[in-house]
Design a protein around this ligand. Structure first.
Ligand code: SAM
Length: 280
């Protein structure tokens, strides 16, 4: 029974090798579903059915103002979400909802991933820190925007499983994922060895902005983070600036203009074990 459950929770393997090497300047057609599918089949060797679903969700992301510039549109279109969901959820990969990925956590829904990523709008070469690697989908998406992606996951078996997903995809030709640097740790304390970061994206909910993350954000850096009580967070854009007097100030705005979005909790490592959360 345990073996069967472990199998069910594994992401499904990629079906075909990528026929054309990754090119930062290569962009699929965005204005026509059939042209997009044909280009992606020829250049990325992906499944036409999933590609059609990816394009249909793309139109919804634009209609809901979750994607608004071409670099971020390209990053969404180039990322095979079907490779990061678990086998039982394969047919739901492009649905609007977040989905269970095992270990009591989820892959964030495509609209939230798009809006949060476009809000920080990483530029190539910028250092981006993600807290909560989870399925690996968000970092894969980020690796189409910058070659400096750092991601921390607290759940060790999930961290290891996602490592296997990346290894399999890199072997098939998704070489952009080899730039993702990951560690299994408590992300509350950031990753000082690689700080400062231009952008930080937090994918778990907490009732305050962790001071270490704010400290590791560069001046003029941008963080996006779900803040609020359990199950009722507001996704905040946090901008840190430094005045002429050297003093830092922080401006916060709600990227959903007051709407509540649920995220899994920002948990805490104590004596090597996950115990409680970082919310006060
Ligand atoms: C919504 S889920 C995953 C979203 C993920 N970005 C994706 O694309 O699948 C949030 C993740 O944050 C992780 N997490 C929670 N608290 C954490 C912490 N203190 N440090 C690092 N990761 C944490 C959870 O284990 C979970 O995998």
């Amino acid at each position: 029974m345990a073996a069967a459950l472990a199998w069910l929770s594994r992401p499904t393997p990629s079906s075909a090798a990528v026929p054309v090497p990754y090119d930062w300047n290569a962009t699929p057609p965005m204005d026509d579903r059939a042209k997009f599918v044909d280009w992606m089949v020829a250049n990325r060797g992906e499944d036409p059915d999933f590609l059609g679903q990816r394009y249909d969700r793309f139109l919804q992301l634009i209609a809901h103002n979750d994607l608004w510039n071409d670099r971020n549109k390209r990053a969404y279109l180039m990322t095979p979400r079907e490779e990061f969901v678990t086998a039982p959820n394969l047919s739901r990969a492009y649905q609007v909802h977040f989905l269970d990925i095992g270990f009591g956590v989820t892959i964030t829904g495509p609209h939230s991933v798009a809006r949060m990523t476009n809000t920080i709008d990483p530029q190539k070469g910028e250092r981006v820190l993600e807290i909560g690697t989870g399925s690996g989908y968000q970092s894969a998406y980020l690796s189409n925007l910058t070659d400096q992606v750092f991601s921390i996951e607290i759940v060790k078996p999930l961290f290891e499983r996602t490592g296997g997903v990346y290894e399999a995809l890199i072997a098939k030709g998704y070489t952009e994922y080899s730039a993702i640097q990951r560690k299994n740790d408590d992300g509350y304390y950031g990753w000082p060895e690689h700080a400062p970061f231009d952008k930080i994206i937090v994918t778990c909910g907490i009732d305050h902005v962790p001071p270490p993350l704010l400290e590791q954000l560069k001046p003029d850096g941008v963080m996006v983070i779900p803040v609020g009580p359990p199950g009722a967070q507001h996704v905040l854009k946090v901008v840190k600036t430094q005045g002429a007097d050297g003093k830092f100030s922080v401006a916060r705005s709600d990227i959903y203009h007051g709407a509540i979005v649920n995220f899994v909790p920002f948990t805490k490592l104590q004596d090597g074990k996950i115990s409680g959360t970082h919310s006060n």
